[in-house]
Write a protein that binds this ligand. Structure first.
Ligand code: GLA
Length: 416
């Protein structure tokens, strides 16, 4: 009897979630953002100095460079596009930066086979001080839909600290988007400060940031003791990993932990990612970001100059075997099974029964790894495919090998 009551309770809970999930369905009933969104985001490269010419050029480059073919299928316009409101309170783009308007730009981006994202904030002004959407949610959602927008990043600068207010403000915009008549995925950007993994999916978000803004650096040299501290010292790649990997159980198709933009290929470029010690990373570290963001199911928003990518940046961003892990249909975020001063080892199951593992050497020297798969909960023999070497590198119940300082090895394990 007790068991029956318990299962009724579990069913009720699931149904509860079901109705919440319904909010996040596309118009045709399928899941919105069934895999983590991918694309290119304007912020780290241009900050708010964006305009339609540069965005068109970037869209062209996403096609010619192979980014679109590899899966980066969104052009995400970040802060700085806004030009205020017209006499009917409709949001308008900056007429100097976007003389043809956002609709024409969206049409162009769509004609290239890309989707288009835009940016606003749950307060009167955005983080960079532009017009935002508080109290205009329905009107702005309708405007975005009429322009053909497919994605909205919704920031939280200028809004109160309180979690309940955040939930209310995000839900208001999520509901407005659902009512807009167009499928618009919703990215919640309150930096993990109010534990969004607990509520962001329920209020209608498809993804939520887990930390303060990513900077183009490996990690803070002084140990960071709280998530909040990352706002003032800046979040390096390793800081974000450390403050994001505990939330694996909250992610899944249509609701993702967003570890923030990729800094791959920026090499210390001046601008937002260069602030707070963002002096640039090595290609080994960029490879680690790509590996870790992929195994942890983060959205992949590249921010480098896709018009001019060097061989290494292309090798990292366009690695289709690694991207396939990120985009795997099962949508199970990797769990960190080993964590100590030297190693982080992540494991996730994949839709076809394989497993992906990532082995990160956090230390400052090359190390010999000795990984018994049983320690990771994988009690079988496997064929081991190295996703950066693009070849099978062994068979059996363990992998031993060298991992360079700050390098991440990534393997696909197939049962034999
Ligand atoms: C915040 C966000 C960034 C970016 C800027 C734009 O800092 O976290 O990702 O969108 O605002 O002003």
């Amino acid at each position: 009897m007790k068991k029956q009551i318990l299962s009724l309770f579990v069913i009720a809970l699931c149904l509860g979630n079901g109705s919440v999930e319904a909010q996040s369905k596309s118009i045709d009933g399928s899941i919105l953002s069934p895999t983590p969104p991918m694309g290119w985001m304007t912020w780290n490269y241009f900050a708010d100095n964006i305009n339609e010419k540069d965005i068109r050029e970037m869209a062209d480059a996403m096609v010619s460079s192979g980014m679109l073919a590899a899966g980066y299928d969104h052009m995400f316009i970040d802060d700085g596009w806004q030009g205020g409101r017209d006499n009917k309170n409709n949001m308008i783009p900056d007429p100097v930066k976007f003389p043809s308007g956002i609709k024409a730009l969206a049409d162009y981006v769509h004609s290239k086979g890309l989707k288009i994202g835009i940016y606003s904030d749950a307060a009167p002004l955005t983080c960079a001080g532009y017009t935002a959407s508080l109290n205009f949610e329905e009107q702005d959602a309708k405007t975005f839909a009429s322009w053909g927008i497919d994605y909205l990043k919704y920031d939280y600068c200028g809004a109160p600290d309180d979690m309940e207010i955040a939930k209310t403000r995000y839900k208001k915009m999520a509901d407005a988007l659902r009512k807009s008549g167009r499928d618009i995925a919703f990215g919640i950007c309150e930096w993990g400060d109010r534990k969004p993994w607990l509520w962001a999916g329920q209020v209608g978000g498809q993804l939520w940031r887990t930390t303060a803004d990513v900077r183009d650096k490996w990690k803070n040299t002084k140990a960071v003791k709280t998530r909040g501290e990352l706002h003032s010292v800046g979040a390096g790649i390793l800081d974000i990993v450390d403050y994001s990997h505990d939330y694996a159980s909250y992610a899944g198709p249509g609701h993702w932990n967003d570890l923030d933009m990729l800094v791959v290929g920026l090499y210390g470029k001046e601008g937002p990612s260069g602030a707070l010690g963002g002096v640039g990373c090595t290609d080994t570290e960029y490879q680690s970001q790509m590996s870790l963001w992929s195994i942890m199911n983060s959205p992949l928003a590249a921010t480098n100059d896709v018009r001019n990518m060097n061989v290494e940046t292309k090798r990292i961003l366009l690695n289709k075997e690694v991207i396939a892990i990120n985009q795997d249909a099962l949508g199970k975020q990797a769990v960190c099974k080993i964590k100590n001063d030297t190693w982080n080892v992540f494991v996730r199951p994949l839709a076809n029964g394989d497993f992906a593992i990532a082995i990160l050497n956090r230390s400052e020297a090359t190390q010999n790894a000795k990984i018994n798969f049983a320690e990771l909960g994988l009690n079988a023999s496997f064929e081991i495919r190295d996703l950066w070497e693009h070849k099978v590198v062994g068979k059996g119940k363990k992998w031993n090998g060298k991992v360079k300082s700050h390098e991440t090895k990534m393997f696909r394990l197939k049962k034999i």
